[in-house]
Design a protein around this ligand. Structure first.
Ligand code: GDP
Length: 297
C-alpha cells in the first residue's frame, strides 16, 4: 500500500537489539527482567523505577543499549506474526537449574527456531541447593542447543535472577550476539514501527506502545496504524519521561490515535492526514474481506 524506498548501505546505522525473554512458567522470567532493570539504573534513579510501558531499555557500562520486550515470548511472536511483523532479534531462554527443561521450554525453543531468532540460554536459580546447570545443558543439547563449551554454538550463562549473580555476564553475552547480527536501520527516514500494546487511558485517550523499527518518530508526525490513524501528540519513553523523538529499536508510548489500534499493527508515518485516513480505510476493507473469506461467507 505504501511504496518502499530501499535504503542505501551508507544510510544504515547500528541499532540496539530487541530481546525477548522466554521460558517455562516460574523459571524466573519476571525476576530476571526486574533484576536487569534494577542493576542497570543509575543509583539516584533507583527509587523511581516504575515500569511504564511493555518494553524497556537498559544501558550497559560500555554504553551499549539493549531493548527488552515484556510481552511473554510466545505472544511477542504469535500475535505479531499474525500481522507479518517480526521484531525480535534475540531470545533469552530462561531455564531453572533445579527444574530443567519443561514443556514450555521446548515450546519457546520451537518458536525461536521457527522465526530464526538466535537463543541465548540463561540457566537460572543457580543459587538454589538443588541446582544442576549441567543437567540443563545436557537436556537442551537434546533439543539442538549445544553449549559453546561443548563445541556447539549456543551461549549458556549461569545466573541467579534473585541474587543478581551472572546477570552482567548475560547482558554482555547478549551484546556479543547482537554484534554478530550487525543490526542496522536507517534513522533518517519516515518512521515505521510495530505496536506491541495498547491502552485506553482516561486522560490520555487511546495510547499505544510502539517499537520504532526504522526512521525516527517525532512529535507532530502523521501516521496510519492498522485500521486507524492519527498524529503524534506526545511521546513518553520507558521511564515515563516525555520525549520529542524516538529512533530505531526504541520503545515509546504514543498519544494521538484516533482510535485504539491493535497489538501487531504497523505504524507508518505518511505525509498527509488524507493519505493516513485513506490507507486506514483500505486496510479496514481488506481485513473485512479476509474475515468474510475466512468465515466462508
Ligand atoms: P516467571 O513465571 O518465569 O516469570 O517466574 P518468576 O520470575 O515469577 O519466578 C518464579 C519464582 O521463582 C518466584 O518465586 C521467584 O522469586 C523465584 N525465582 C526466580 N529466580 C530465582 C533465582 O534465581 N533463585 C531463586 N532461588 N528463586 C528464583
Amino acid at each position: 500500500l505504501i511504496e518502499e524506498i530501499p535504503d542505501r548501505p551508507e544510510d544504515l546505522k547500528p541499532r540496539p537489539p530487541i530481546v525477548v525473554v522466554m521460558g517455562h512458567v516460574d523459571h524466573g522470567k519476571t525476576t530476571l527482567l526486574d533484576t536487569i532493570r534494577k542493576t542497570n539504573v543509575a543509583e539516584k534513579e533507583k527509587g523511581g523505577i516504575t515500569q511504564h510501558i511493555g518494553a524497556s531499555q537498559v544501558k550497559l557500562q560500555d554504553g551499549r543499549v539493549i531493548t527488552f520486550l515484556d510481552t511473554p515470548g510466545h505472544e511477542a511472536f504469535t500475535s505479531l506474526r499474525a500481522r507479518g511483523a517480526q521484531i525480535t532479534d534475540i531470545a533469552v531462554l530462561v531455564v531453572a537449574a533445579d527444574d530443567g527443561v519443561m514443556p514450555q521450554t521446548v515450546e519457546a525453543i520451537n518458536h525461536a527456531k521457527a522465526f530464526n531468532v538466535p537463543i541465548v540460554v540463561a540457566v537460572n536459580k543457580i543459587d538454589k541447593p538443588g541446582a544442576d546447570p549441567m543437567r540443563v545443558r545436557r537436556e537442551l543439547s537434546e533439543h539442538g542447543l549445544i553449549p559453546e563449551e561443548w563445541g556447539g554454538d549456543t551461549v549458556f550463562v549461569d545466573v541467579s535472577a534473585k541474587t543478581g549473580q551472572g546477570v552482567d555476564q548475560l547482558l554482555e553475552m547478549i551484546g556479543l550476539v547482537a554484534d554478530i547480527l550487525e543490526l542496522k536501520a536507517n534513522p533518517d527516514k519516515r518512521a515505521k514501527g510495530v505496536i506491541i500494546e495498547t491502552k485506553l487511558d482516561r486522560k490520555k485517550g487511546p495510547t499505544a506502545t510502539v517499537i520504532v523499527q526504522e526512521g525516527t518518530l517525532r512529535v507532530g508526525d502523521i501516521f496510519v496504524a492498522g485500521i486507524t490513524n492519527g498524529r503524534v501528540r506526545a511521546m513518553f519513553d520507558d521511564k515515563g519521561r516525555q520525549v520529542k523523538e524516538a529512533k530505531p529499536s526504541t520503545p515509546v508510548e504514543v498519544l494521538g490515535f484516533e482510535e485504539l489500534p491493535e497489538a501487531g499493527d504497523t505504524l507508518i508515518v505518511v505525509d498527509s492526514e488524507k493519505k493516513a485516513r485513506d490507507l486506514a480505510l483500505k486496510l479496514k476493507t481488506k481485513r473485512e474481506k479476509e474475515e468474510k473469506l475466512a468465515q466462508g461467507v
